[in-house]
Design a protein around this ligand. Structure first.
Ligand SMILES: C[S@@+](CC[C@H](N)C(=O)[O-])C[C@H]1O[C@@H](n2cnc3c(N)ncnc32)[C@H](O)[C@@H]1O
Length: 256
């Protein structure tokens, strides 16, 4: 059984994971491949929703700046995040101040745009728990997209027959992690806690909650918002997508 979340666990994802995020997940993706997909349409202005530590945004900003003609525009790469802890990490790394970062909610507070590309990477859409919130986020992004413009979503796919609870154990640098989670097949909610023990003896509990939606449901949400699926891969390296894929990188064009 998963450990039950208590009131004291109602911290944000950012507060729970910011101190270790880059160490644990910083090298999860081939950033050159990520940037290739995000910059395929040669965007001028890009917005990342849930920008976090800038893991991807900094690489995109670098690519945009490399196209010399836009190098003087400091607001080319925008990012919004609700977590001051995450944004503090981003700002410490962004020594050239290439990212215009906003503290705020990615449903209510998206910067005005227009943007050529808006993206949500690494399951960030699922940080919004509930289909309605996800729709409002995507619909808000759609209104900020230029024409042409595109939304890119990178998210995991959970096997509908996956066990409804489980525990995994892993090592990440000096940390030993034990993650216990439950999956509600009806709502798509995943509740979990990563109990992390540092080699120096520190023990930190990191709770998380996500609202999973399968790709078809995300497609329907995007369609409602005036966005049409144009490409789907199973990785940022554009590996072909199939019924057995465990992840999707989906590109939606603005047809509003
Ligand atoms: C899984 S992390 C991904 C970070 C980054 N996109 C990446 O790929 O490394 C999700 C991020 O979304 C942020 N987030 C969650 N809910 C949010 C909300 N409602 N508004 C803005 N940011 C949010 C978290 O603070 C966190 O930084």
């Amino acid at each position: 059984m998963a450990e039950h979340l208590t009131t004291s666990d109602s911290v944000t994802y950012g507060a729970a994971f910011a101190d270790v995020y880059d160490d644990w997940y910083g090298e999860s993706d081939d950033l050159a491949a990520v940037v290739d997909v995000l910059c395929e349409s040669r965007p001028r202005r890009v917005l990342e929703l849930g920008v976090g530590t800038g893991r991807i945004a900094l690489a995109v900003a670098e690519r945009l700046a490399a196209t010399k003609k836009f190098a003087t525009d400091a607001t080319l790469m925008c990012g919004i995040d609700e977590s001051p802890e995450m944004l503090a990490q981003l700002r410490a790394k962004d020594t050239q101040q290439r990212i215009s970062s906003h503290l705020g909610d990615m449903v209510r507070d998206q910067p005005p745009g227009p943007f050529d590309v808006v993206f949500l990477s690494y399951n960030t859409l699922f940080n919004l728990v509930g289909a309605q919130l996800q729709f409002e986020c995507i619909a808000s992004a759609a209104t900020r997209l230029a024409t042409p413009g595109r939304l890119v979503i990178d998210a995991c796919i959970i096997d509908p027959n996956a066990p409804t609870s489980g525990t995994t154990n892993e090592r990440r640098g000096p940390w030993t992690l034990q993650t216990t989670s439950t999956f509600d097949r009806t709502s798509g909610h995943v509740d979990g806690i990563t109990l992390s023990t540092h080699d120096d003896g520190r023990v930190v509990r990191r709770p998380f909650r996500i609202g999973y939606q399968p790709p078809q449901a995300i497609d329907a949400t995007c369609e409602r918002a005036g966005l049409r699926l144009v490409s789907r891969y199973s990785s940022w390296r554009k590996a072909p997508f199939s019924d057995s894929s465990s992840r999707h990188v989906s590109v939606y064009d603005n047809v509003r």
